[in-house]
Design a protein around this ligand. Structure first.
Ligand SMILES: Cc1cc2nc3c(=O)[nH]c(=O)nc-3n(C[C@H](O)[C@H](O)[C@H](O)COP(=O)(O)OP(=O)(O)OC[C@H]3O[C@@H](n4cnc5c(N)ncnc54)[C@H](O)[C@@H]3O)c2cc1C
Length: 486
């Protein structure tokens, strides 16, 4: 079978790699990977500037979801996996221009430790009392989906939404707690509310269960995996290692697919470059694209499917990497960086002290500050020039960290601005049902598979899992057809 993979981000690359493996294992499957940009990787893009790794897109993946680390090991990158420096982990929230640490014991937005919660400057007395009373919250059967903000507000009040849920979610999803789906983004909390009522009691019960499981398997939590993992030479290393495993003749970069047509035998792919028709008919197609791009290709074939895909919102974001000589700046606060709630009225959503989060990727004596801007509420920033964005970041960093730490007049040694247009899917209220409807319609189009960050997980491990799963399903079809023929 011939398979067209449209989109060469991490999901498309993972799909191609899986088909390459199936081929080596004897399946008669060939593929062509179409990517509109001149380079592969989608949002994964890093560069090394004077020895410092600068991540233009994602800086790491969450270790708890194994698909990314597993793939890195398969590709021979085990020695280049770098754990997050969790002993130095501390995250700050900006409250009225001051940095306030996230209290210890917070798990998925849920406070679980009395003393840090009672003594934090992050919340007012009223919110702290609310957090104590939350322990009495009665179980509540799920009544359909709702926003993350509605769920958190019901338990801990509006201030917990403004100072906790909002900055954490805009820092991760570039999203808005008032729009994101609780059922999809925080399914564990929805389940805990149904079972225990109180999220705090539910989280403590889950934590106890995890401890006893860890004891049984004689693993201590201290020896557990890091929260995040990255690669020594940047996330680009994963893209390059994947690309090196693929048949180079099967990769078409700089080749946007503009039309998909159902033919008697399968699918015809037309590109803006104008493929030769005999070279572009496939038995199956994996669309590893943002949902809005998949919508554009599928709408003429199934307008309802196109509409459902097009209704998945996306947010845009900007990263600004600044490299300083540590002698140029004062001592940064300890920890990995800070998050900025929308209520602060700033362009900055978050800033990571990248040289601290992952050790060994920045030369000694240098500091890399990675700012994150834009998000669902500030798309207009994408129109601004690089110089204006760098100036805004320097000004806001100076105001938040204090002029003694970072004088906005001190120029960084290097600055890199990267814009990501409509790159991050937003799992809005009702997302799960929408994806179910999408799956039903896709099932009616034989040979079509969807992968990517729009459906079942925004992070790199989920995109890898979905890409590989789509390809494996098609390879299995081929293998069973081969067996039937024998
Ligand atoms: C700034 C930023 C920071 C992030 N940080 C993290 C993080 O730290 N950890 C984490 O796990 N996740 C992070 N994410 C999320 C994660 O990076 C993405 O969800 C994931 O990389 C998406 O992969 P994908 O393959 O689904 O899509 P994409 O990377 O968007 O790839 C889709 C590809 O399809 C191509 N394409 C589009 N239309 C066509 C067409 N018509 N024909 C051919 N090709 C086409 C595009 O050019 C693109 O290369 C971050 C995202 C961003 C934007």
């Amino acid at each position: 079978m011939r398979v067209a993979i449209v989109g060469g981000g991490i999901a498309g690359l993972a799909a191609a790699y899986e088909l390459e493996k199936a081929c080596s294992a004897g399946a008669t499957v060939r593929y062509t990977l179409y990517e509109s940009q001149p380079q592969l990787g989608g949002t994964l893009a890093s560069e090394i500037v004077d020895g410092a790794v600068l991540e233009r897109g994602p800086d790491s993946f969450i270790t708890e979801k194994p698909a990314a680390a597993e793939l890195c090991r398969e590709l021979g990158l085990a020695h280049d996996l770098v754990p997050s420096n969790d002993t130095a982990r501390k995250t700050w929230i900006v409250v009225k221009n001051q940095l306030v640490p996230l209290p210890d014991g917070l798990m998925f937005l849920v406070p679980t430790q009395l003393i840090p919660t009672a003594s934090t400057r992050l919340f007012s007395l009223r919110t702290k009392l609310r957090m104590a009373v939350e322990l009495l919250h009665p179980p509540r059967p799920a009544k359909g989906d709702e926003s993350v903000a509605a769920l958190i507000e019901r338990h801990y009040g509006v201030e917990a939404v403004a100072r906790l849920a909002d900055p954490l979610l805009s820092g991760i999803y570039g999203g808005d707690a008032a729009a994101l789906s609780a059922q999809t983004v925080l399914p564990r909390l929805v389940e805990m509310e149904r079972k225990h009522g109180s999220l705090t009691r539910g989280m403590l019960a889950a934590h106890r269960a995890m401890h006893s499981r860890a004891k049984i398997s004689s693993k201590t939590l201290e020896r557990g995996a890091p929260i995040f993992t990255t690669l020594r030479r940047g996330m680009q290393q994963l893209v390059d290692a994947l690309a090196a495993r693929l048949d180079q003749g099967s990769i078409r970069t700089g080749t946007p697919v503009s039309v998909l047509v159902r033919t008697g035998e399968g699918w015809a792919v037309k590109t803006e470059k104008g493929e030769r028709a005999d070279d572009a008919v496939f038995g199956a197609v994996i669309l590893a694209l943002p949902a809005w791009a998949a919508s554009g290709l599928l709408s003429p074939l199934d307008p309802v499917l196109g509409e459902e895909l097009g209704a998945i919102p996306y947010s845009s974001s900007i990263t600004v990497n600044l490299v300083y000589d540590e002698k140029q700046i004062g001592a940064l606060p300890e920890g990995f960086g800070f998050l900025v709630p929308g209520s602060e009225g700033r362009a900055l959503l978050a800033c990571t002290f990248a040289h601290r989060k992952f050790l060994g990727r920045t030369p000694p004596g240098k500091a890399v500050l990675r700012a994150f801007l834009g998000g669902a509420r500030n798309e207009g920033l994408l129109e601004e020039a690089d110089t204006a964005l760098i100036e805004t970041v320097r000004r806001e960093l100076g105001a938040i960290l204090g002029a003694k730490t970072l004088d906005a007049k001190v120029a960084p040694e290097h600055a890199r601005v990267t814009r990501w247009h409509r790159a991050m899917a937003q799992y809005a209220v009702g997302h799960k049902e929408r994806v179910e409807r999408i799956r039903e319609r896709v099932a009616a189009l034989p040979g079509l598979r969807l992968a990517g960050n729009a459906y079942d997980g925004i992070g790199i491990p989920d995109c890898i899992r979905l890409g590989r799963q789509a390809a494996r399903g098609l390879a299995e079809l081929t293998t069973s057809a081969q067996a039937d023929a024998r």
